[in-house]
Design a protein around this ligand. Sequence first.
Ligand code: NAP
Length: 328
Amino acid sequence: MGGHLSFPRVTLPKERVVIVTGANTGIGYETAKWIAMMGATVILACRSEDRAREAMARMNAEFEAEKDRKTPGVVDYPELNIEFMKLDCASLQSVMDFVKEFKLSGRQLHVLVCNAGIGLHKQAYTEEGYELMFQVNYLSQYLLTAHLLPIMKTSGEDCRIILVSSEAHRYSELNLDRIQGKQFNEQNFGRILYYGNSKAFQIMQMFSMNRRLKTSNVTVTSLHPGMVETEVSRNFKDMKTFSVLTSLTKMVGQMKTPFEGAETTINAAVNPELKGVRDVYYINCKPASINSRVTNIQNQETLWTYTQQCLTKGAFLPDDIIKCLEGE
Ligand SMILES: NC(=O)c1ccc[n+]([C@@H]2O[C@H](COP(=O)([O-])OP(=O)(O)OC[C@H]3O[C@@H](n4cnc5c(N)ncnc54)[C@H](OP(=O)(O)O)[C@@H]3O)[C@@H](O)[C@H]2O)c1
């Protein structure tokens, strides 16, 4: 019983605007392509314009092939409605530039998929002084959601924020004394722990935001895509543990293709039955359990306050944005 769950092939209006961060490869690529093939306008928020434009050309070629095959659920537009906008999650200033440009477009925003991520990076710090995985995977995309929230709140019913997290959230801690890991050096920095932290923080963000948004049109959900064969391993090819784990996963046939890895994200973004659903962490398109450290409300609120302190320090969170985040 049960079988393989996927997303329903729905038709989306081109007025439905979706942003996918890190959409030029891997899970984000398939997510952006499929949502666009179902008719929506999709903005690829990527750090490299060259990689994004190459991905857009590939998406259109694959779209042509799907139309020729008469794949169910694929619209018959001459071209996909896809656009590039620059976003480097390793820079809070880049997030602010992205937000400014998006606001200038005067567009509504219905779905924001926070997918961009780096895995198990060695110890490194951004120009703003934060641990790289903390900032790329969590802080920058928190800032992005915060600034785009006022637009989503006025974009009509059923607006969704989707945070692509990971089962790695289970191996995490919330310890503000070493949340940036500056007391460690390259040898003893816990790459697995700090990746797990960044993924746990996304799920904690989901709960904290939903508590404040519960009477609004905007819902936040999260998910684990599965073990997916993508470029995510580029930062940890040197780690023996992971090459062993990857080989074992491949041997038992558990490794997903990027399309299979994207199914849970696409389902969270487009499934009409999930309208109004919040606070769910999905695996294989089904609700899944979450580590109790992450569901602990006190921990979530501690992280929320710390995050806002990080962002107000650089004047990245003005009062009107904080008020909107706080549900006012
Ligand atoms: N693959 C898995 O098994 C797995 C498992 C659990 C969770 N996840 C999560 O799934 C998400 C997608 O990962 P993936 O497997 O598709 O990895 P991927 O193939 O490496 O793709 C990651 C995407 O994020 C982008 N990105 C990285 N750093 C960025 C930055 N500073 N600013 C903007 N974009 C940036 C990359 O852009 P560039 O191409 O320019 O680097 C790329 O588009 C991540 O959040 C990851 O943590 C993956």
